[in-house]
Write a protein that binds this ligand. Structure first.
Ligand code: NOJ
Length: 566
């Protein structure tokens, strides 16, 4: 039982439902097939209607788009693909007028290789101040022809690229944990630190409510950049090897990857905390830190560091009652111990959408993308059923929840994208071995009619939308009893009315091993991860992810009830 109240404080982000907008794929106002800021502004009333508290915008900054905008060439401007700074002002004003907060993305581990800072570093040559802002090294081997160490890029292939000096001869190498177009900064540089303080202030001055911090566990590298071979089973974005999940491993156990979760990152976040604290209102820093176990991740949200961290342990938990109960307990305890709320998340732009993932079997569970030739493609109906049940459980939990655009429509992963349409660098860097993340990034359907399902004012969409998505379009679900959209709306309304996000988890026994049942204030939640029906306890049914048969909850379904003796 986790009956004690583990979080405290009244800041809005402790209980917020934050909706992730992936600007490329949300709504396109200028008809070019690529989403934009004006498109987002126009659709905000529909998010208000959904009942969310805040939006997080994935990058819309100036960028050559080699990693869909996570390759930033100017941190303080809007890429013409998405609009202008004025369009951002309109978006933010519209959101704030609707009572929706705005969180923007910040990408501090690396810039685009097109960034003026990196171009200046290339031009200035070895030993220069400009080069010291990035991670340049001489190569190994007789003529520097071997990379400085054996690190591999998260997207596949070497994490180093060799430069060419102005006279055409091969030069130094630069580090890129991601694509070669994303050179890593050297955060030992005070200059880099000052630039990023200025970037934070630029957006804070414009009124943003916070930042989602990209690769918040990667900015500091171990001295000497020692060789490291990750375990085959380790997550590519970080975290500890599987052995670190074994009993006996504690928050003090050092992680081994010399580029993830180094102690030095915390100093940066203490500094950033101060930058935000100088502004009125409760501005928030949310860490994307793929760190295991949760007791380690909680270090990112100690009281003087960030405010939230994405709970990827929860995202990676299969649809299994015992495992869900254990990750929920572990999350509330780990985050509660440092006075932070737990967050909950099931989908984002980097992982297989949960309406498909929860029905996957086999080797493809960890979000490397799935495609037409993936063995054991998920059963769509089962995936949707589990996704609805999983979302209903998540939205009942105390803390803050993140939603990814389109999950409220029950969108599955697009598994049959033609190869020529793919854009994820993972696909190219692994020569098609890993499908990458395009399947969760397909533009979302607003209306059943029309070539782009209302995504664009024109006919195009930058990734092709599956034709069967017509039936999942928002206009087909809005106001339709039992639709996934109405399920989300109801969950968000009840969550507010019953103050579930500031409540507690008190497990209830007696429902069998495949059921996670608990009480949160005056609401009882029963999540049935098995296939057999279970008898519901007394109390009015407030919400059910599937039709009930009398008082029985079918398999792969979640119900909320008014607790009998509240
Ligand atoms: C994490 C982002 O979520 C992902 O989309 C991106 O490719 C990497 N960081 C590199 O910025």
């Amino acid at each position: 039982m986790t009956g004690t109240k583990l979080t405290s404080g009244t800041e809005w982000w402790r209980t917020a439902v934050i909706y992730q907008i992936y600007p490329r794929s949300f709504a396109d106002a200028n008809g070019d097939g690529m989403g934009d800021l004006a498109g987002i502004s126009a659709r905000l009333p529909q998010l208000k209607d959904l009942g969310i508290d805040a939006i997080w915008l994935s990058p819309f900054y100036t960028s050559p788009q080699r990693d869909a905008g996570y390759d930033v060439a100017d941190y303080c401007n809007v890429d013409p693909l998405f609009g202008t700074l004025d369009d951002f002002e309109v978006l933010q004003r519209t959101a704030h007028d609707l009572g929706i907060r705005v969180i923007v993305d910040i990408v501090p581990n690396h810039s685009s290789s097109d960034h003026g800072w990196f171009q200046a570093a290339l031009a200035a040559g070895p030993g220069s101040e400009e080069r010291a802002r990035y991670t340049f090294r001489d190569g190994r081997g007789e003529n520097g022809e071997l990379p400085p160490n054996n690190w591999e890029s998260v997207f596949g292939g070497l994490a180093w690229t060799r430069t060419t000096d102005p006279d055409g001869t091969p030069g130094q190498w630069y580090l890129h944990l991601f694509d070669s177009s994303q050179p890593d900064f050297d955060w030992d540089s005070d200059w880099v630190r000052e630039q990023f303080r200025a970037v934070l202030r630029f957006w804070l001055d414009r009124g943003v409510d916070g930042f989602r911090v990209d690769v918040a566990h990667g900015m500091i590298k171990a001295p000497g950049l020692p060789d490291y071979t990750p375990p085959a089973e380790g997550g590519s974005m970080g975290g500890a090897p599987a052995s670190a999940l074994e009993p006996g491993i504690t928050a003090e156990t050092p992680l081994t990857a010399p580029y993830w979760a180094q102690e030095g990152v915390h100093e940066i976040y203490r500094d950033w905390h101060q930058v935000l604290a100088a502004y009125p209102g409760d501005r928030v820093l949310a860490a994307e830190a793929w760190v295991d176990p949760l007791s380690q991740m909680a270090k990112w949200v100690r009281p003087d560091e960030m405010h939230q961290a994405f709970n990827f342990a929860y995202l990676e938990t299969p649809w299994n009652a015992a495992k869900l109960k254990s990750v929920i307990d572990e999350s509330l305890e780990a985050f509660g111990n440092v006075g932070a709320p737990s967050t909950w998340v099931l989908s984002n732009h980097d992982v297989v959408r949960h309406a498909s993932r929860l029905a996957l079997t086999g080797d493809n569970l960890q979000g490397h993308g799935i495609g037409p030739k993936t063995v054991g493609l998920p059963d769509t109906a089962l995936g949707l059923r589990r996704a609805r049940a999983a979302s209903a459980l998540m939205l009942s939990l105390p803390g803050s929840s993140y939603l990814y655009q389109g999950e409220e429509l029950g969108l599955p992963e697009a598994v049959d994208l033609p190869d020529h349409a793919r854009e994820d660098p993972t696909w190219f860097r692994t020569k098609g071995e890993r499908y990458g993340r395009d399947g969760c990034r397909v533009p979302i359907p607003w209306e059943a009619a029309g070539e782009s399902f209302g995504f664009s004012t024109g006919a195009k969409s930058w990734l092709p939308q599956p034709r069967e998505w017509a039936g999942l379009a928002r206009d087909q679900q809005d106001g339709v009893a039992g639709s996934t959209l109405e399920l989300y709306k109801l969950a968000l309304r009840l969550r507010r009315e019953h103050s579930l996000a500031s409540g507690t988890v008190e497990w209830l026994e007696g429902f069998g091993p495949e059921v996670a049942a608990y009480r949160n204030g005056d609401v009882t939640v029963v999540a049935n991860t098995g296939t057999a029906s279970v008898q519901l306890p007394a109390g009015d049914v407030l919400l059910a992810s599937e039709d009930l048969v009398g008082r029985t909850l079918p398999g792969d379904a979640t119900a909320w009830l008014r607790s009998a003796q509240a």
